[in-house]
Design a protein around this ligand. Structure first.
Ligand code: PMP
Length: 363
C-alpha cells in the first residue's frame, strides 16, 4: 500500500501531524472549552424541523452568500451592522483561513502574541504565510506599545489579537485595540471566540472608526453550537468582499445555515448559561488559588493553572479518574474548561486526591 512518504506532499507539510486535542469518551470532558449544556429538547426539534425544511431544496446548492444567516448575525451583533458587514463560515477556523488566504500568502506574515491559540501556526502554514510572534508580558497581558513595536519589527499584513486569549484567558482593553488600529495599516483581527464570557465591551464598537479592523466570533462556545460549525466576522464590507473571493463556492451547507438561524432565533436560551459558566471558571480559580496553585487571571470560560513539575502526569492522573483537561500553554500549566457544577466538583476532588503526589513550584 502506498505510504504518505511516497506521495508528492508539499515540502513544508512533510513530517507534520494532523492537529487536534484528544477526543476521548470519558465522563468529564473539559479540554476544548466547549459549553457543557446541550440544546434543549424543544430546540433540537426546531433544528430538526429547519433541516427537514432545508432538505426540500437539497437538490440545489445552498445560498452561497448565506445572506439570511449573515443578516441574523448582524442583528445579533447590533451596532447598526448589516449583512454586508458580516461573513460566515464553518467555524472561526475557516474565517481565519479565509482572512489569511486573502491577506496573507507567500512573502507576507501574520503576527500573534504567545502563548496563544495553537491553531494559528497551522492557518499560517496552510496559506503559506510566514508566522511571526512576540511574547506577551509576564502576566500574559498586552499593551499597545508591545504590539506596535512588534508590528514595526515584523511588518506583518495581518495581526491577530486574541481577546480573551486562549489558553491564558487574559483580555485586551478596547483602548489598546483602538491605539493599535490607529498606528498600523495592517489588517488587525480581534479574535473574540470567548467574548460573551467576558464583561468587557466587544471590539465591534470600534468598527466604525477603523476600516481594517476585523472582529472574529464563533457560535462554538457561548452559543453551545460547536458541532454546528459556525464562525463569523464583522468588518468593513470591503473585507467581506475579500473573503468572498477566496471562499470555496457553496462553502456553508444549507443545513448549517438553517440550524445557525434557529440558534440565533433562540439566543436568549442558548446564552443563558454564559454567566454561570464564567462564574464556574472564576470559582475554580479561587479554589485553585486557595490550594496554592498558580492561576492566570482569566476572563473566559476556562482556567490555566499550575505550575507542575510533570504536567503530563497530572493530566494522566486526572484522565485515569475520567476527567479530560488540556495539556497546553506555558511549561508546567494545564488548562481546564468550565463545566457543570458537578463536573467542576469532580475536577477539584480529583486534584485534591492526587495532590499529595504532585510535584511542582507550589505543591
Ligand atoms: N479562536 C480561538 C481563540 C479558539 O480558542 C478557538 C477554538 N478553540 C477558535 C478560534 C476556533 O473555534 P471554531 O472554529 O469552533 O469557531
Amino acid at each position: 500500500m502506498i505510504e504518505l512518504s511516497d506521495l508528492p506532499l508539499r515540502a513544508d507539510l512533510v513530517g507534520q501531524e494532523p492537529y487536534g486535542a484528544p477526543q476521548l469518551d470519558v465522563p468529564v470532558v473539559l479540554n476544548v472549552n466547549e459549553n457543557p449544556y446541550p440544546p434543549s429538547p424543544a430546540l433540537r426539534h426546531e433544528m430538526a424541523a429547519a433541516i427537514v425544511a432545508a432538505a426540500g431544496g437539497f437538490n440545489r446548492y445552498p445560498d452561497r452568500e448565506a445572506l439570511g444567516l449573515r443578516s441574523d448575525l448582524a442583528a445579533y451583533l447590533g451596532h447598526g451592522l448589516t449583512a454586508d458587514n458580516v461573513w460566515a463560515a464553518n467555524g472561526s477556523n475557516e474565517i481565519m483561513s479565509h482572512l489569511l488566504t486573502a491577506f496573507g500568502g507567500p512573502g507576507r506574515s501574520v503576527l500573534t502574541f504567545t502563548p496563544t491559540y495553537s491553531m494559528y501556526p497551522e492557518y499560517a502554514r496552510n496559506t503559506c504565510t510566514t508566522y511571526v510572534t512576540a511574547r506577551r508580558r509576564d502576566d500574559y497581558t498586552l499593551d499597545a506599545g508591545l504590539i506596535l513595536d512588534a508590528i514595526a519589527l515584523h511588518r506583518p499584513t495581518v495581526v491577530l489579537i486574541t481577546t480573551p486569549n486562549n489558553p491564558t484567558g487574559t483580555a485586551v482593553s478596547l483602548d489598546v485595540i483602538d491605539e493599535v488600529c490607529a498606528g498600523t495599516d495592517a489588517i488587525v483581527v480581534a479574535d473574540e471566540a470567548y467574548q460573551e464570557f467576558s464583561a468587557r465591551p466587544s471590539a465591534v464598537e470600534l468598527l466604525d472608526r477603523h476600516d481594517r479592523l476585523v472582529v472574529s466570533r464563533t457560535m462554538s462556545k457561548a452559543f453551545a453550537l460547536a458541532g454546528g460549525r459556525v464562525g463569523y466576522l464583522a468588518a468593513a464590507p470591503a473585507i467581506v468582499d475579500a473573503c468572498r473571493i477566496v471562499r470555496l463556492p457553496y462553502h456553508l451547507s444549507a443545513q448549517t445555515q438553517a440550524i445557525a438561524r434557529v440558534a440565533l432565533a433562540h439566543s436568549d436560551e442558548l446564552l443563558a448559561q454564559v454567566r454561570s459558566l464564567a462564574a464556574e471558571a472564576r470559582a475554580f480559580e479561587a479554589w485553585a488559588r486557595s490550594r496554592g496553585y498558580a492561576v492566570v487571571d482569566s476572563e473566559a470560560n476556562f482556567t490555566l493553572f499550575g505550575r507542575f513539575a510533570d504536567r503530563h502526569r497530572v493530566w494522566q492522573d486526572l484522565l485515569d479518574r475520567g476527567i479530560l483537561i488540556r495539556e497546553t500553554g506555558p511549561a508546567g500549566f494545564l488548562r481546564a474548561s468550565a463545566g457543570t457544577p458537578e463536573e467542576m466538583a469532580l475536577l477539584s476532588a480529583a486534584l485534591d486526591e492526587i495532590a499529595p503526589t504532585i510535584e511542582g513550584d507550589v505543591k
